[in-house]
Design a protein around this ligand. Sequence first.
Ligand SMILES: [Zn+2]
Length: 280
Amino acid sequence: MIDLYIDCHAHLFFSPIPAEAIDEDITGEIPTPNMDFIGKMISNAKKKGVRHIVGVISNPNDFTSYQEQLKLENIIHVIGISRNSALEDQSHMISQLEKEIERKVPHGIGEIGLEYLYGFDKLNEHEKNTFKKKQRELFGRQIQLAKEIDVPIVVHAGYGTDKDLVEILKHEQAQEVGVQIHGYMSKVELVSELLDMGFYFSFGYNHPREEELKRIIEITPLERILVETDAPFHIMDSPKRFILPEDVVLITDEIANLKEIEPEVFINQVLRNARELFRF
Ligand SMILES: [Zn+2]
């Protein structure tokens, strides 16, 4: 059995999933943030051949879990403040983040970035602009922090954020520390520009399934591809269940198939890419 798979983006520690986000027809276990579930999630992945998991803690409410995560083996540690918290007291959150980083320097800062679609439906124009501005500030500040401690960044590149995203990444010269564009679902046109800046693209469950996203896989060279589940926030089509780190095996094999390359060769390449970016 090949045991060199890596899930390049998963949330092992996460805040409880709200009940309204869980459809009635979902099968399988509902992810719950306790050590019992987390331990099972990791050991099931290991049994399927997933050797490493990039564990992302990006909600300041979960920062205390960083110490717990540090105790686990074969985890690549990423911590940061997601755009969801941009309207909260940024200086306070940054100092909380710095405190955690002092315990142990992570492998990366993330996930950080921009999202102008989700969470915007109930806001008026003025509130929308404020939220966007605050997101940009938080994003820039954390790129600077990543540069101070010399670790790469993990970037969420949401719908409609293209122009601002590229501008900030360029302005802060993010290429100096390395960038993982995670779960990219935006314009195909922007991909080559981001590739030219030396960034890595991280593909998940939806990418091998949608035509537009398949094109992004096609144009991304092998030495820039990472594979991820973004567990536990996505649902599989059938059976309808939460996608977990063990499912990176399926996604990796699907992408190898699309790239017309032997799975074993591809798996090794993805691991090499991850090692190069996260330096482990
Ligand atoms: Zn994520």
